[in-house]
Design a protein around this ligand. Structure first.
Ligand code: PMP
Length: 394
């Protein structure tokens, strides 16, 4: 029977990881999967996380089960990190999940449970796994214009024109900050326009937030999510601790359901807890506990924030250096968007043939749609990348 399973090919990003591993060329450059690398090319364990881990090793007395929705201290600490101290906690239901992707999956399940036949509007482009999980769950997706390849910025008029098709009960899947694969985020005005179009249709926003702290700072990067929660009666937020705590493999995430009022919170909490039970019972706890310790201890938190600020500056410097090198080599400002974008990613506008040439002729691995992870670059790689980009005709 199992021999009759359908055959699945590896997801694009994971396929690149495999190709890279078997590429013997020295100096190969990995600009694929969204993982931060420091100046030495390593993905370090953050100092505060390592210290919390040591403290936990000493203090932990049991590995017995945690609570089904996750530990209340973790859920509260993450709610405050994302929504701020002043947001009405009584409106927020939450579960801990295995990573941000686990939260995305549980969020989609919740939507389907609340409204069979729900339609989810997705930015064009969005992440491949948004589309594949939605398709796997049999949820209809409606793409809407988001990115203008000519300006390398958000296509605000196109976005709002496509979202005029929203109907009551539709869901709009958005990226909290620096998470759209294009590298472009709406500005504050753009978010307000999004809020108006969503609210006037009676649609529900869902925000995938995986890079808080990588754009302009922890508070600034939460501003859009907080603006949405201040203005919309119901919001789902799938958040990840993988990148900003550097605990990718610990699988640490959270799904928040912001409800219209405190009275409807138990309904959402019951459904979320039920979803955890049906999927994996108790969520992973180790990463969540480290995050709780870091967020709730002033010393650890300050150290974490300082290191995160350093990671953000490193990405900003890489963006500046790459833009400058491209300016010099192309004698033009056509790559200045690299400096204007925020976070790890930028769509560089490479065609599939150019992506193949970058890989085959220059040992530079880029996602098929021409997206690069700036944080995968070392400062020393900048000239080689700029040279190759011009060489392949960008
Ligand atoms: N959302 C999406 C769509 C992702 O692709 C990822 C991984 N880059 C995340 C969230 C967060 O990552 P993780 O599942 O590792 O927490």
């Amino acid at each position: 029977m199992l021999g009759r399973l359908p055959a699945f090919s590896a997801d694009g990003i994971l396929r690149i990881k495999e190709q890279l591993r078997s590429d013997p060329r020295p100096g190969k450059i990995d600009l694929g999967v969204g993982v931060y690398k420091d100046a030495t090319g390593a993905t370090p364990i953050m100092r505060a996380v390592k210290r919390a881990e040591r403290l936990l090793w000493e203090a932990e007395t049991t590995k017995s089960y945690t609570a089904l929705p996750g530990e209340p201290e973790y859920l509260a600490a993450m709610r405050r990190l994302i929504l701020g101290d002043d947001f009405e906690a009584g409106r927020v239901a939450a579960i801990a999940t295995p990573g941000g992707t686990g939260a995305v999956r549980q969020g989609f399940e919740l939507l389907r449970m609340a409204r069979p036949g729900v339609r989810v509007f997705v930015t064009d482009p969005t992440w491949g796994n948004h589309l594949s999980i939605l398709s796997y769950l049999g949820i209809e997706t409606v793409p809407f214009r988001y990115f203008d390849p000519a300006t390398h910025d958000v296509d605000a008029p196109g976005m709002l024109s496509d979202l005029a098709e929203l109907r009551e009960g539709d869901v709009v899947l958005l990226h909290g900050c620096c998470h759209n694969p294009s590298g472009a985020d709406p500005d504050a005005q753009g978010w307000q326009a999004l809020i108006r179009v969503i609210n006037s249709a009676g649609a529900v926003p869902m925000i995938d937030l995986a890079y808080q702290g990588f754009g302009d700072g922890l508070e600034a990067d939460a501003a859009a999510t907080r603006a949405v929660c201040a203005a919309c009666p119901e919001v789902l937020i799938a958040a990840s601790c993988s990148k900003n705590f550097g605990i990718y493999r610990e699988r640490t995430g959270i799904l928040l359901a912001v409800m219209q009022d405190a009275g409807s919170r138990p309904l959402a909490q019951g459904a979320l807890t039920h979803l955890n039970r049906q999927s994996y019972s108790f969520p992973p706890d180790h990463g969540a506990r480290l995050v709780t310790m870091v967020l709730n201890d002033a010393g650890l938190r300050a150290d974490w924030q300082g290191e995160l600020d350093g990671m953000r500056s490193q990405i900003v410097s890489l963006r500046g250096a790459l833009a400058q090198e491209l300016r010099r080599r192309s004698n033009s400002g056509r790559f200045d968007f690299v400096e204007a974008h925020r976070g790890m990613f930028s769509l560089i506008g490479a065609s599939p043939a150019q992506v193949a040439s970058l890989r085959d002729d220059h040992a530079i691995y880029v996602i098929g749609d021409g997206r690069i992870n700036i944080a995968g670059l070392g400062m020393g790689d900048v000239p080689a990348l700029a040279k190759a980009m011009i060489k392949v005709g960008l």
